[in-house]
Write a protein that binds this ligand. Structure first.
Ligand SMILES: C[S@@+](CC[C@H](N)C(=O)[O-])C[C@H]1O[C@@H](n2cnc3c(N)ncnc32)[C@H](O)[C@@H]1O
Length: 311
């Protein structure tokens, strides 16, 4: 896929209907030969819309008006490029716990949670947040995560978590203002509710930090999994991570995780982690597939805002 195609696809598949500013911007970049040439000077994995837009927001540049964005990006390209080379899209979305909850709550309790690609670890606290599935409320903490769920009976209670650990190439620290400002810059412009959610979830994590280990989800998973306490169900899980992992390493990860004791919960795009015989998702936009031990269970939306259980 060319860089122009990647930006056009981001506009129509990921942000249409969810971030008008980024839809405008990514369509404009997809037709902007000057910016496309600059982007193509970066390694392919560093040309992503979320990374470019996040860096410009982090630097205080304009993202609402495509013409102003173009002028700013061209004038400030050396600093933007340098930041794109050292930063990565590490969006940490606690809202994804709302789609994990039905699976986690149904497993034998208590749980030992191990998230690969954990970023700052905000998805390691599904037991501390509260949830609203329409009229059905679960849990009593903050933030309150809204999820439009269909085709399932929402769980009656949050899971019991006795151990939480995360593995990431570059773990972020919610007590470090620079890391938090980067997580904030990665949230799409209009999403004030997600910014409030980040602050509330970061406070939960800061009060009881998880074990976060710097490492690779293939090379370093067995050693971390071996640290899980006996007597708890080990659950290795991941949300929106494998698109950042080269295909041979994805396959190695799947082979490895299937051989570990416990359970494996995946929430990834079907292009990244394919399954046979998936139903057609209702509505447009990017959908992930929630799966338990390789069995697909539901379509989920990218930030955990909706899920449709398979019949
Ligand atoms: C888009 S973020 C998602 C963060 C989190 N899972 C969530 O849903 O909020 C992807 C994360 O995966 C991490 N990652 C990418 N490749 C990895 C690898 N090979 N091993 C461990 N972590 C990796 C990145 O550093 C990043 O923090």
């Amino acid at each position: 896929m060319t860089t122009a195609e990647a930006y056009a696809r981001f506009a129509t598949r990921e942000v249409r209907g969810v971030s008008p500013a980024y839809e405008r911007l990514s369509l404009a970049v997809s037709r902007d030969h000057e910016l496309l040439t600059l982007l193509d000077g970066l390694p392919p994995a560093k040309r992503q819309p979320n990374l470019l837009f996040g860096v410009v927001r982090w630097l205080g540049g304009p993202v609402e008006d495509p013409a102003a964005f173009h002028d700013y990006a061209v004038a400030n390209w050396p600093v933007i490029e340098a930041q794109m080379r050292v930063r990565a899209t590490q969006t940490n979305e606690a809202g994804r716990c709302a789609v994990l909850l039905p699976v986690l709550a149904a497993l034998p309790q208590p749980l030992a949670l191990l998230e690969v690609g954990a970023s700052a670890g905000l998805c390691l606290y599904p037991d501390r947040y509260a949830y609203r599935y329409g009229e059905h409320r679960v849990g009593s903490g903050e933030p309150v995560l809204d999820c439009a769920a269909s085709g399932l009976v929402p769980p009656a209670r949050v899971p019991q978590v006795v151990w939480r650990a995360g593995l990431d190439l570059n773990p972020l620290d919610v007590t470090d203002p620079d890391d938090v400002s980067w997580l904030d810059a990665l949230i799409w412009p209009e999403h004030g509710h997600r910014r409030a959610r980040l602050r509330a979830a970061a406070a939960v994590a800061a009060a009881d930090p998880p074990l976060l280990v710097r490492g690779d989800l293939v090379d370093d998973l067995p050693a971390l999994a071996a640290r899980a306490p006996a007597g708890a169900t080990l659950v290795v899980f991941h949300n929106s991570v494998l698109y950042q992992v080269p295909v041979p390493r994805r396959k190695a990860f799947v082979r490895l995780v299937r051989d570990l004791p416990g359970h494996w919960v995946a929430n990834e795009a079907p292009e990244v982690l394919p399954y046979d015989g998936l139903p057609t998702p209702s509505g447009e936009g990017l959908h992930n597939v929630l799966a338990l031990d390789g069995t697909p269970l539901a379509w989920t939306r990218g930030h955990g805002q909706a899920m449709t259980w398979f019949g």
